[in-house]
Design a protein around this ligand. Structure first.
Ligand code: NDP
Length: 236
């Protein structure tokens, strides 16, 4: 599970522990002590390592440590993600590259790293956290929308490649979820987004964790290459 120091990633890690899973989590700059503490309270093994998913050697090292610690990887959740918003004409190369490197290449790095141990076990679940804007687009987010749309293509290609080994690969695509990432939006922007959500509220991190748990569970055993939208009806 990547990017588990806060927000949606923290909640997915805790929800997995609640469901009885041992959790191997990665953090980037923010230490994951709080997540470790919250997850640990559920009595399963929890281990955290620092890893920048955009760097393939760090992704490889994290997966290697997970295999050494827990004997394999049953479920990978690619949650780490960033935004660097700006209108197309003013978007800097560095902002494009940073978002693609973390959101898309980061997921690729992690999937490639877990593919060998999962293939060996002939079982695995991979859940990539996308975004509604990867399906709908959004002005000011050319980089972010492209990275999340790319994640859907990556998911479908890998789902086809790994299906014969019973490795299922899907996207959970959140709408607007209350976290640090959306906290930075102004009140007016939030109001106009809310007006477009049929359920009339922003989602919670737990709404996303529930979808991840479903896809990772036995109940999700015949689902692969799909995008599960969790957005209160914002995009349908
Ligand atoms: P936050 O900004 O709250 O948390 C992002 C997490 O990703 C942090 O733990 C962060 O670590 C980590 N991270 C960032 N860069 C890297 C990196 N290079 N390597 C490893 N970890 C990294 O975001 P959210 O919880 O809101 O979002 C989680 C996911 O959900 C993202 O993929 C996002 O795109 C997606 N999403 C969120 C939505 C929302 O409304 N909140 C809507 C749609 C999608 P650190 O703390 O060190 O920076």
């Amino acid at each position: 599970m990547t990017g588990a120091s806060r927000g949606i990633g923290q909640d997915i890690a805790v929800a997995c522990a609640e469901a009885g899973a041992n959790v191997f989590l990665t953090y980037h700059n923010t230490p994951a002590d709080q997540t470790v503490q919250l997850a640990h309270a559920h009595g399963t093994a929890v281990h955290a390592v620092k890893a920048d998913v955009s760097k393939s050697e760090e992704a490889d090292a994290a997966v290697k440590q997970c295999v050494e610690k827990f004997g394999g990887v049953d479920i990978l959740v690619n949650n780490a993600g960033i935004t660097k918003d700006g209108l197309l004409m003013r978007m800097k190369d560095a902002d494009w590259d940073a978002v693609m490197d973390t959101n898309l290449k980061g997921a690729f790095n992690m999937i490639r790293a877990v593919s060998r141990p999962m293939m060996k076990k002939r079982a695995g679940r991979i859940v990539n956290i996308g975004s509604v804007v990867g399906s709908s687009g959004n002005p000011g987010q050319a980089n972010y929308a492209a990275s999340k749309a790319g994640l859907i293509g990556l998911t479908m290609a890998v789902a086809r490649e790994l299906a014969s080994r019973d490795i299922l690969v899907n996207v959970v695509s959140p709408g607007y979820i209350v976290t640090d990432m959306t906290d930075v939006l102004g009140e007016e922007v939030k109001k106009s987004i809310l007006a477009g959500i049929p359920l009339g509220r922003f989602g919670s991190a737990r709404d996303i964790s529930n979808a991840v748990l479903f896809l990772a569970s036995d109940a999700g055993g015949y689902i692969t290459g799909q995008v599960l939208h969790v957005n209160g009806g914002l995009y349908m």
